[in-house]
Ligand binder design. Sequence first.
Ligand SMILES: Nc1nc2c(c(=O)[nH]1)N[C@H]1C(S)=C(S)[C@@H](COP(=O)(O)OP(=O)(O)OC[C@H]3O[C@@H](n4cnc5c(=O)[nH]c(N)nc54)[C@H](O)[C@@H]3O)O[C@H]1N2
Ligand SMILES: Nc1nc2c(c(=O)[nH]1)N[C@H]1C(S)=C(S)[C@@H](COP(=O)(O)OP(=O)(O)OC[C@H]3O[C@@H](n4cnc5c(=O)[nH]c(N)nc54)[C@H](O)[C@@H]3O)O[C@H]1N2
Ligand code: SF4
Ligand SMILES: [Mo]
Length: 791
Amino acid sequence: MKQPKRRTTDYDESDLRVTHPEHWAAGVPGVAVSLKRSFERMGASRTARTLTKLNQAEGFDCMSCAWPDPDPGHRSFAEFCENGAKAVAEEATTDRATPEFFARHSIAELDERSEYWLGQQGRITNPMVKQPGDTHYRPIDWEGAFALIGRELRALDSPDEATFYTSGRASNEAAFAYQLLARAFGTNNLPDCSNMCHESTSIALQESIGIGKASVVMSDLETADLIIIAGQNPGTNHPRMLTHLEMAKERGAKILTINPLREAGLTRFKNPQRPSGVVGHGTALSDLHLPIRINGDLALFQAIGSLLVEWDALDHDFIERHTTGFDAWKKHVEALDWDAVLASTGLTREEITRAAEMLRDSRGTVFCWAMGVTQHRNGVATIKEITNVALAQGNIGRDGAGLFPVRGHSNVQGDRTMGIWERVPDAFLDSLQAEFGFDPPREHGLDTVDSVRAMRDGKVKVFVGLGGNFAQATPDTDVTATALRRTRLTVQISTKVNRSHLVCGEIALILPTLGRTEKDVQATGPQWISVEDSTCSVHSSRGPLPPAGPLLRSEVAIITGIAEAALGDRYGIDWSPMRQDYRRIREHIARVVPGCESYEVNARRPGGFVMPHPPRDSRTFPTESGAAEFVVSPVEVLHVPDGHLLLQTMRSHDQFNTTIYGLSDRYRGIEGGRRVVFLHRDDIAALGFDDGDHVDLSTRWDDDDIERTARDFRIVEYDTPRGTAAAYYPETNPLVPLDHVAEGSHQPASKSVIVSLSRADSTSSSGVTSGQNGVDSEEGEKEHPRPKHLS
Ligand SMILES: Nc1nc2c(c(=O)[nH]1)N[C@H]1C(S)=C(S)[C@@H](COP(=O)(O)OP(=O)(O)OC[C@H]3O[C@@H](n4cnc5c(=O)[nH]c(N)nc54)[C@H](O)[C@@H]3O)O[C@H]1N2
Ligand SMILES: Nc1nc2c(c(=O)[nH]1)N[C@H]1C(S)=C(S)[C@@H](COP(=O)(O)OP(=O)(O)OC[C@H]3O[C@@H](n4cnc5c(=O)[nH]c(N)nc54)[C@H](O)[C@@H]3O)O[C@H]1N2
Ligand code: SF4
Ligand SMILES: [Mo]
């Protein structure tokens, strides 16, 4: 494939400064940054009105990550972190993207801008439309927008020609209404961001323990002897977790961290809410850090299992009563190939033995993991291996122990509970049928990767996005862009401008919606919504601020509006009463969703309620065999050809997924830019480069002849294992082939991409680098003024 020319941007990557990585997280700089951002973006009064309500029982739930809140009686006045405050500032900004803004900038021009710049334009105030051939978005009224969607949906040959994407911020009420809309329309095409996030977890845990969710509650972190953190960077992505780790350390718990990088948040925490965190050295967190080679976790956990078997450090009673498959697994791990383990993990046998000793000596172990584990080809097998190790010691269904997949988006787990799932179980569909009197489609729908394929192949013609930024979050950016552009209609229900508004269908709609910070008033009065966190705790949320504009509508109002336009009174579904009073939706939820009985009362109570979880609650395992299952997986060493590296794509400290808050990855010593690639010093030398050189990254993928390249990354010498590399998402998404997915879960394997490096040509390493991903345009270089806050 031909390599097009590169484009210019709106911020200047030549301002990039590399200093030293930090060895501790949070502390005073964290507070300072969050308050500065809050004042800049929303002023003093909105800062006070929002941050005092953030994560409080009568306030609103943080829209950033899915970390749980303490019980209502144990919350502090400031129950949030630096990145929670940034998320609030980003949403509650006083900047506005008005119709004048869209009149001033053509879609093509906006598409030249970086994701960062787009996000800085503020909240969208009006429904906007692009008709075929239009160069600009124009305002449209709500009735016109709904009618247009209804017309296009009804014109499809089959309901399966539409796909309904969800990002994990939608409330339970919105999610329930949305899946009802899709199914009443006639399709299970309900892809979501979870397909790219914890899908490997959901699949693995469903098969191993019968339920795809965490088996812990918050108090388990307070009583665990050992907390394992694998493939997770909590200092950035779940910052309040550090407070819990600090408390655990203070009462003598041990922490084992497994990560190619020595992330600041894994090393030491200076709690800004305590005097010792302000002036002292803070608390050392990790007792043992394993700098694992990317993708080595399956081998590591299998080796740990093998040593526990060898030492007979097992819970035989639990194994006997509650599990199946132990003998086969024991036999398998007894024949462990240590050479393969050492090659796969890049660790020494001593390091692995020390880790296994920590498990042996622990009376209760909590296993935490996130994207460093799920986003691999062997992600499902790795999580089953983690589960094997947990089962071998009976670390499930008792205090201070359990499996803790730490979720990403604040309500990604709740959205699944509400039926946002292309493969929802039949029992859910049966309940839906009983409640609403129609026969929902039974055939499984399209997930995220399959939706891209279907759009690319012309099989899906309408894309609806309930939040999110599909064009940037998905792998294979160029392929996804082509796919989205092939559609007849794209509808984005959004708070802020993003790439998915520009990489769009022949007809495109932007429907502006309320965020978590805002008051939601409907015909019957103020409404509240509900969400579920990583530990299955469900609670209510109410925004304190007036809406960002008079025309904004809530997600529920938009979904029900689309439903009425597309379905009329088909099946007599009570769309309008649901919109007027969300209690109506919760009444449906109570009757349809298992575990949600008396939902209205339970969710509304301060602190909410915890969803049932049979393995956690009673050591019952709703698997096919009725027992927890040991699963045997072979250890494979991911072979990387000479001259190539294994690249992981990760988050900086100054972004929320595709929303770029700023250009500072403070903990890793990066300021003023994002196009960096972190490499081991010996790899830099072996490949013939120097720190500071600019390189293009290309993917090796044997199944197609597309050469995927992302241009102009500055090499940064970094403490990452030999043969591995790290760079930020979404700039690197063009490198992730669409077909490079986890076996069993179909989740993009964006943490193990085999890449090669070549010297960036002189025109592209000028320091004025591409805003959008290095997805280069044909149009050559154009000058743009720098955004106001940078100049
Ligand atoms: N501020 C902020 N908070 C967020 C988000 C955000 O973007 N910004 N995103 C939210 C979402 S949706 C999610 S899913 C979570 C993501 O939270 P995380 O999973 O913490 O996010 P990542 O940055 O993708 O990477 C995780 C870590 O995995 C490590 N890693 C990479 N490959 C491997 C491997 O093979 N083995 C091991 N053991 N480790 C590996 C990386 O070095 C990195 O430290 O955060 C949520 N919270
Ligand atoms: N290479 C690579 N790719 C990845 C990942 C990775 O680690 N590496 N991580 C993956 C993961 S874990 C995830 S979860 C996905 C994320 O995928 P998405 O969820 O699709 O992406 P986000 O960037 O979180 O979505 C941001 C947009 O959501 C909209 N928005 C914000 N708040 C609201 C709201 O309250 N309501 C509505 N309706 N819209 C709102 C805004 O317009 C904003 O631009 O990306 C995945 N992609
Ligand atoms: S830990 Fe997550 S949920 Fe809690 S305040 Fe920080 S970003 Fe928000
Ligand atoms: Mo995620």
